[in-house]
Write a protein that binds this ligand. Structure first.
Ligand SMILES: [Zn+2]
Length: 306
């Protein structure tokens, strides 16, 4: 069955790229609602932006969605990953600025708050997207691919010249709380060499050594170092989970990313939905629902009676 939060949860912080202060409330929503953002600071136009793949006009350093009135919400990926990872299918997210708060640069603070609020089961069947045939997008050496598998798996490779990152790869079946145990606390990262260029372009203005792992050659500049030796590839898997959530339903299949980023994962979803033979809807049986990323987490503890 579909779920939502048992009660509203509030967050406040700054946007990673805008540096703008933002108050955000994640509210319960009914079955079939999906994940929808609503800008409370916008008047005279439609303030609602559904978190769906075809609402992404541009995804480079973060994932940004935009409605038909040009109303935008950016850097949604870590929050989207937290919703999937906590098993939340429906939510209305109100915020008074155009960018989701970055908090510590990971999904962990979102998941912790969702688990504390608890989940509520809704009277609505859960449908998933079953991958039937491989679909792939390429850009030079970068590849993103979806292929058939019993349940969601993520397989990711990165290769950076900075020795502090280097080559990293990791593969995970996303069932049984793998996201919460292995990925959710991995933070966004960047190279010191890129910080000036990003800030000249009005990006990363809210970035600090506390909300992003900054590397320079073989050095990790953020105090306390890395949370995991392979924190960068884990964060790329977190990003992929959040970006795949824009499919609008859980995916039953294997995602492979090689140096892929937000734009490639969005292009992969576009390629998938252009190929009706490559996927089908599937009503989740209880066994399948148990293999979804949000199942088997802290659900027994967080589920409250409807
Ligand atoms: Zn990220």
């Amino acid at each position: 069955m579909q779920t939502t939060l048992a009660k509203s949860v509030a967050f406040s912080g700054v946007g990673l790229h805008s540096g703008a202060p933002v108050e955000m409330h994640v509210h319960p929503a009914p079955a079939g609602h999906g994940i929808v953002f609503r800008r409370t600071d916008v008047t005279g136009v439609n303030p609602r932006v559904p978190a769906l793949w075809d609402k992404v006009p541009n995804a480079t350093l973060c994932t940004l969605i935009e409605n038909e009135d040009g109303v935008q919400v950016s850097t949604i990926e870590h929050l989207m990953a937290a919703l999937v990872g906590a098993g939340i299918h429906n939510a209305l997210i109100e915020l008074n600025a155009g960018e989701v708060p970055i908090l510590d640069g990971s999904s962990a603070p979102f998941v912790a708050a969702f688990c504390e609020a608890g989940l509520r089961q809704l009277a609505g069947e859960l449908r998933a997207i079953r991958i039937l045939k491989p679909v792939e997008v390429r850009n030079g050496a970068a590849v993103a691919r979806l292929e058939p598998a019993a349940s969601l798996e993520i397989d990711f490779r990165i290769d950076f010249t900075d020795a502090a990152i280097g080559k990293q790869s990791k593969r995970l079946k996303m069932a049984n709380g793998a996201f919460v145990r292995e990925l959710m606390d991995s933070r966004t990262f960047c190279r010191l060499a890129d910080v000036d260029a990003m800030q000249e372009h009005g990006l990363a203005l809210g970035g600090t050594f506390e909300n992003a792992v900054v590397v320079d050659g073989d050095k990790v500049l953020s105090p306390g170092g890395l949370r995991h030796a392979d924190e960068p590839v884990r964060h790329k898997m977190l990003d992929a989970l959040g970006d795949l959530a824009l499919a609008g339903a859980p995916i039953l299949g294997r995602y492979r990313g090689n140096r892929a980023g937000h734009a490639m994962t969005n292009n992969l979803l576009r390629a998938l939905f252009e190929r009706p033979d490559a996927w089908c809807w599937e009503t989740c049986s209880p066994a399948q629902a148990y293999s979804l990323p949000g199942a088997g987490v802290c659900r027994a503890e967080v589920m409250v009676s409807a």
